[in-house]
Design a binder for this molecule. Structure first.
Ligand SMILES: Cc1cc2nc3c(=O)[nH]c(=O)nc-3n(C[C@H](O)[C@H](O)[C@H](O)COP(=O)(O)OP(=O)(O)OC[C@H]3O[C@@H](n4cnc5c(N)ncnc54)[C@H](O)[C@@H]3O)c2cc1C
Length: 472
């Protein structure tokens, strides 16, 4: 059966030479198959690399008419490596990496396989910028279309909030443009590729600002005390003041070459005047004063420079798994649970805690014209428990640490009333729910019903079944 399918693909691709074909026997297969999480062992049937939207159309018509299972990959950074599906044809979109900036410099149309750093650099060359996450090698579509936490969201909004239109190859192999109030566009803003292959997105862009950015590193010799002390001071700050929209702060803890580190990643958007620069510098000093700061490395920089620096600390290939939860507050009980688990952070590159703080426009209830399926429009903290290791033999150690960490935090948050019912789709493990319906409810909350409705009208046969999310 498998050989028959491969023979069918073989014959088809001989007639379509623009589509690159990488069978299992090819010396390029291992490299083309690579995703960030190497624990994913699934072997695709073959890998195909369309070079254009028309190639994608041809491929979808072909897989549909031949009943060939398939999956989609862009940056390959799904936390579980879910782009790889055993014996399914893998459509690798990486060649679709074009960026066209509109003449008015307010939007850009970008190809479905582009990575974050490619997008950032190409926009920057045209004098514009858009929100992305901080890790350069993550796929932009996977980041933006499922939510997209990152610096600058308190000013510009989440990744989903940037999407103004999309071109999708639907289950019949038609190229469909989604714009305006089309409910499917709302679906794509949060449910990504569940309805079809997104070959391009038009997104908002903004005049490229210079920024103040860098880590503020705290003394971690007693990381439990430092974390709780900094958390109390930060909570007091949030209780007494509204943080400026230019400011973004992400807490992070991992083993650096100098030992266990706990830091705020600080970013301040826009230092075009002396006044803005001075204000940003004052805020970096205020954040450093929240605890025993050891180094304040915040400096004037550019978005491309800063993002490429941030990527250095995150390995390009890992083994393990992750978990997440979202909290309304980091209460003293939760801070204790975090602090006491950070002491045991394994010295494995890839093991890490990060805390995103969603506030400002991204955290406000939906507004007309900005509808999305993103589940949690209220101010919150999204915690990432990253149980990874670059060495496969240390995977268990990292995973055990992250699993216990997540369980302790959820318990403390639950008893102090700060645990929120929705978790971020990109980090929430598929193994945490007993059915896909339960999982979908956990990540979409009240929007889950609409998601099933949209799926039933656009892809009633569930051709796109090996997707994130899975609606089987
Ligand atoms: C190191 C690292 C750092 C991260 N940092 C952040 C962060 O700061 N903020 C944040 O919000 N998230 C972050 N994430 C999560 C990340 O945004 C998601 O895992 C994202 O989905 C990865 O996108 P990708 O294209 O690289 O993934 P892939 O594995 O290539 O794709 C995942 C799935 O998305 C769908 N898909 C992707 N592109 C398309 C398309 N063009 N058309 C149709 N379907 C498509 C497919 O179903 C595919 O299987 C991070 C992940 C990692 C590994």
């Amino acid at each position: 059966m498998e050989n028959d399918l491969i023979a069918t693909v073989d014959v088809f691709l001989q007639g379509h030479p623009t589509i690159k074909y990488i069978p299992r026997s090819s010396p390029d297969f291992a490299t083309a198959r690579k995703v960030w999480n190497c624990s994913r062992l699934d072997q695709p049937l073959v890998i195909v690399q369309p070079q254009s939207a028309e190639d994608v159309v041809t491929l979808i018509k072909f897989v549909k008419s031949n009943g060939i299972p398939f999956s989609i990959r862009s940056g390959g950074h799904n936390l579980e490596g879910r782009a790889l599906v055993q014996d399914a044809l893998l459509i690798d979109l990486r060649a679709l990496d074009s960026v066209t900036v509109a003449d008015d410099l307010k939007s850009a149309t970008v190809g479905g396989g582009i990575l974050q750093d490619e997008l950032i650099n190409q926009l920057w060359a045209r004098g514009v910028a858009t929100p992305t996450g901080t890790i350069p090698h993550v796929g932009y579509f996977g980041w933006a279309s499922y939510g997209g936490y990152g610096p600058f969201s308190s000013k510009w909004g989440l990744g989903v909030d940037q999407i103004t239109s999309a071109t999708v190859v639907d289950p019949n192999g038609n190229l469909v443009k989604l714009e305006g109030n089309d409910p499917l566009l709302k679906g794509i803003r949060g449910a990504g590729g569940v309805f079809g292959v997104i070959v391009d997105l038009t997104i908002k862009v903004y005049p490229a600002p210079t920024i103040l950015a860098g880590p503020i590193v705290f003394d971690s010799s007693d990381i439990t005390t430092t974390f709780t002390q900094v958390n109390t001071a930060y909570s007091n700050l949030l209780d007494t003041e509204t943080l400026p929209s230019q400011l973004s702060l992400q807490r992070i803890s991992f083993h650096s070459p100098h030992g266990l580190a706990f830091a705020f990643l600080f970013a301040w958007l826009g230092i075009d005047t002396e006044e803005n620069l001075g204000e940003g510098q004052r805020w970096s000093q205020r954040i450093a004063s929240l605890g025993p700061a050891k180094m304040n490395m915040v400096k004037p920089t550019t978005i491309p420079e800063w993002i490429s620096g941030a990527g250095v600390h995150v390995p390009k290939a890992v083994y393990g798994s992750a978990s997440t939860c979202s909290l309304s507050h980091i209460t003293p009980e939760v801070a204790d649970a975090i602090g006491s688990n950070l002491v045991h952070l394994p010295a494995n590159a890839g093991a890490m805690l990060t805390i995103h703080h969603l506030r400002g426009p991204s955290a406000e209830p939906q507004k007309p014209g900005r509808d999305s399926m993103f589940g949690l429009r209220q101010p919150h903290f999204m915690l990432e428990f990253l149980g990874y290791s670059v060495e496969p033999e240390k995977q268990d150690e990292s995973e055990s640490w992250a699993n216990k960490f997540a369980a302790d935090v959820e318990k403390a948050a639950s008893s102090s009333g700060s645990l929120l019912p929705i978790s971020y789709i990109s980090l929430y493990p598929s193994t945490r729910s007993s059915s896909s319906a339960e999982w979908v409810k956990k990540v979409y909350g009240d929007s889950a019903a609409l998601l099933y409705e949209l799926k039933a009208s656009f892809d009633p046969e569930n051709l796109f079944k090996h997707t994130v999310p899975s609606l089987e």
